[in-house]
Write a protein that binds this ligand. Sequence first.
Ligand code: C2E
Ligand code: MG
Ligand code: MG
Length: 702
Amino acid sequence: MNVQKLSLGTTQSAQITALDNLTIPSLILSRNGLLCYGNKAARQLLSGVSISDTAISNTVISNTLTGQELLQRLSPQQGKELQAACSLFTEQQLSLTFFYNDEPYGEKQRSIQLSLSPLIIENSDEKPLLATLKDTTQYNAAQHLPDHLYQAIQQTEDMVMVTDNQGCIEYVNPAFIHQTGYSEADVLGQNPRVLSSDEHDDAFYSEMWATLNAGDSYRNVFINCRRDGSRFHEEKTITPVCDEFGQVSHFVATGRDITDLINSEQHLNYLRRFDSLTGLPNRQRLSEHFELHVTQRRKTSLALFLIDLDRLSRINDSLGRLAGDELLRMTASRLRKALPSYVVGRLGSDAFMVLAEEIQTPEQAAHLAQKIQQIMALPFELTQAELFMSASLGITLYPYDGDQFDELVNKADSAMHRSKDNDQGFGFFTEDLTLQTQNRVRLENQLRQALLHKEFHLVFQPKVNLANGKIESAEVLLRWVRSNGKNISPAEFIPVLEEMGLITSVGEWVLMRACCYASQWLKKGHRISISVNLSARQLKQPNLLTIVQRCLDSSGLPAELLELELTETSMLENVEHSIAQLTRLREKGVRIAIDDFGTGYSSLAYLKKLPTDTLKIDRAFIQELEGQDQTDLNIVHTIIQLAHNLKLSVVAEGIETQRQLDIIKQLGCNEAQGFLLAKPMNEIELLNTKKHFEPKLFALGQ
Ligand code: C2E
Ligand code: MG
Ligand code: MG
């Protein structure tokens, strides 16, 4: 090696000395591939001298290779490759084979991996390259195996890879190169990680290493990546190999590409679990979904809907099987589109199945059944004709009706057959549920009609002020008279309106109407304050204050003539929010009453906190007042005293007898309401009753 050939200038001599002392074999090459400089480690490597061989002097080594000589030690092809790489002046890696004649060292050739990187030299136009070398001859260790073994490994169709105990690849066979697309140069010295597809998680590799570290072979299917990025499934066995001291020195991996096999298995699996006509999960797959739900979600409810197409066989007979198939495919895609969050499958012939998680109550199941019916009721436009279909549904609920898939399907089937006789077209396995939901669904539909046809009106139940025996206020009660004249109790329909989410709009209507009535009475000289019931949902409405204000403004009713009745239960659902809402209402001058006191939590502690004006003792306590037991009397007495201490006015509701009235008068109750005094009545009756009311009968001290 001829250092003076380097035109690096004397200022670099210090750096050259430093480079010379580096243990990484390094060369400086000119842009046309000529050797300008090689450090000591490089000279040793290229001369085939072992670094530890101190008998060899630097002079001997430095004289072995010069300029052109590097190229001459390569085959003409590799020489051209090196020159081309140098002229590009970019970072590159080359795998080169050097030839030797030096007999003392026995080798005829060495495999060297050469990494090129540009070298910038200050104040110089030359752009040489730095080349670091890595002797990869040892990686071809397998070549030193007895010839027949080596040939076997070279020729086998299985991929073979040998790594050292650090996981550094030392050998790959031609099958590996052929199947992965990687060359030796790409992978020798690298970690097998180069093949990774990122499909496996940490747990996968932890298990692999735990097995290998225990000295055992590890066998699994790896999803790897070829050089071109395509994935393949490799069934691989990795075996640790020990040296003569019993230490693991290498790992030998043999593998087979089983991608085709996997694909065909997946296809078979698919065929086994999916319906070929519609592509929907079949009974087998549905049962797997069910089992998964049971193991993962345990006792969380699940509803099974068996959907039977009415008249499919007639369509097959009249329009032909192809039309029948078309109809089934359309049904499948319709159901799948309309119910994306549920599992839709086909049980066979004309039966479909929907597995629905998140269904908590029979009412929710009934709603989904209705939805399915609506989807099925839309016309089907077949190639040959437009058809109208209907479906019968049988519903079972897990775990209520059973915990085995087959059992639940059979029960859904019998529920479906029974449902063909009822007018709503669906039924539960448990007949009570069918009846219950039938009534409920009917009521909901009727309520929707009621809203449309304005079947609601208000009545007023007077309240008597016990201090003077006069009617000064009335509770507003909602009434629903159906078109057939039937009166339905608010206790029955208010909770349904709540669940349907309609109570807020109905409630707003009640409030507006009530304010208008009271305002008109006032204009006619009848000062009657009104108490309007508010449901829990209304209290939760963020715009409740605005609604109340709007009703007062547009009716012209003074706020102090409006009282809002709320149950304790609804107030305590979200105490902080209730307190905030009620405080603001009271600031407007609206009064607040606690309705049905004693039936809810009866939390006396909260009585103080809740911003209220009036307490209405529930009818249940009043009924018990006449009994022998003094306890109820004591309770009512205590409630009244407590309320008065808190400066609340007390109303006793549900007074039906004179005795009850006498007792609550004695106990100091402020107002009374009940059938004894007056039943709920219409506007005209209210004004008449007020006019002709005999105060003496009810005033205190009478
Ligand atoms: P509530 O607010 O406790 O109303 C009093 C209920 O007791 C009324 O029943 C009334 O007719 C009844 N009542 C009054 N005096 C007597 C009596 O001496 N004996 C008996 N046995 N009953 C008596 P109604 O009108 O059936 O209302 C029932 C419930 O429906 C009300 O209880 C209230 O919670 C709810 N409600 C009524 N109208 C509305 C409304 O407009 N909005 C809301 N959210 N709920 C309402
Ligand atoms: Mg009330
Ligand atoms: Mg009440």
